[in-house]
Design a binder for this molecule. Structure first.
Ligand code: TXA
Ligand code: MG
Length: 318
């Protein structure tokens, strides 16, 4: 059930988490499906509700960087620097885990992913529960991530007792995931904090090229995918005229396009990538519900937030 995230409702949700329950809650990136990260049984239910394969590890959410030492064995200086600069915020770090985190959370890996979300409801929920909260995005596995409470209800409403409504997510795409298990650190998922921002603080961050097994589990090629087929094209004109009829065109920024498309969506009329990111998943859901033959998404340069937007479009199209 969707409930407004009043202090009372957050307190009830926190009690539910302490009792081993599962709660959907807003973060600045996307809605999460949370359970007590120290309760293996609660986390098992979470995997089940989401239909998530057990080889895909979860992110553990804490309310402040002071909670990190209990969860990881050592914190390199670069993580301190990033935490000071970007937490609370859309950055997840991967470090060797302590015993406090059960194996099910990390899918058996000796490392754990941790972040401090930048949303008052998420922070209050964690503080009230007085537990680290393990939370994947609150969608069915493989589908587009939810950026509004209604998106969660559509897919998981019948399986989640409490969906805290905190409005639309400000960032709209998931956190950036950086692993500190290697030197230099590795960018495992592009997200709300850009590679350029990271490198300005800690220097070079490597981008693993080949899919290295065990390095980025869960980084499946096809993910964030609507049911309608998605094609990534270089320009609107690249879509042959006969294929435009019945198809939707998805533009990140205003771009000239030829006639014939059944619908055209522009993610950011002002060309701002932040706005485009915030609108991306809702637009994919909307188009998916529109009964189009195909969604043609037009590629953008992989710079700044463009890298994360392109990553999501590529996975939707895979
Ligand atoms: O913005 C976000 O990160 C959202 C909100 C709810 O916080 N959460 C989210 O969770 O996107 P999820 O489960 O959809 O994505 C977690 C990603 C996956 O790609 C997973 O493979 C990776 O983090 N991950 C988690 N633990 C890992 C680990 N120990 N090693 C490598 N990758 C890990
Ligand atoms: Mg997800």
């Amino acid at each position: 059930m969707i409930v407004a995230a009043t202090p009372d409702a957050v307190a009830r949700a926190a009690a539910h988490i302490r009792a081993g329950g599962v709660v959907a809650f807003p973060t600045e990136t996307v809605y999460g499906l949370g359970a007590d990260a120290t309760n293996a049984l609660a986390v098992a239910r979470l995997f089940e509700i989401k239909h998530r394969p057990s080889f895909d590890p979860l992110i553990v959410h804490v309310s402040a960087s002071e909670e990190l030492p209990a969860l990881v064995t050592a914190i390199p200086p670069a993580v301190h620097e990033l935490a000071a600069r970007f937490w609370p915020g859309p950055l997840t770090v991967i470090l060797p885990k302590t015993e406090r985190i059960p194996d099910i959370v990390t899918a058996g890996l000796p490392s754990v992913a941790v972040r401090v979300p930048d949303h008052p409801v998420a922070l209050e929920l964690i503080r009230r529960a007085a537990r680290p909260i393990a939370a994947p995005s609150a969608n069915r596995f493989g589908y587009v991530s939810p950026t509004a409470a209604a998106h969660v209800a559509e897919q998981l409403g019948h399986r989640v007792e409490i969906i805290l409504d905190g409005g639309s997510c400000r960032v709209g795409i998931e956190s950036t995931v950086v692993s500190f298990l290697a030197e230099p650190p590795q960018l495992l998922r592009a997200g709300g904090i850009t590679l350029e921002d990271l490198e300005a603080v800690i220097g070079r961050v490597a981008i693993p090229t080949a899919r290295q097994p065990g390095v980025a589990p869960g980084q499946l090629d096809r993910h964030y995918a609507p049911h309608t087929p998605v094609d990534l094209v270089e320009s609107p004109a690249a879509v042959p005229e006969r294929d435009r009829c019945g198809a939707a065109l998805l533009l990140v920024q205003p771009t000239a396009y030829p006639p014939g498309f059944a619908r055209v969506e522009v993610l950011a009329e002002d060309g701002e990538l932040r706005r485009a990111a915030a609108n991306l998943f809702a637009a994919l859901r909307r188009l998916d519900a529109g009964g189009f033959t195909r969604i043609y998404a037009v590629a953008i340069p992989e710079r700044g937030l463009g890298r994360a937007i392109m990553d999501r479009l590529q996975r939707a199209a895979a």
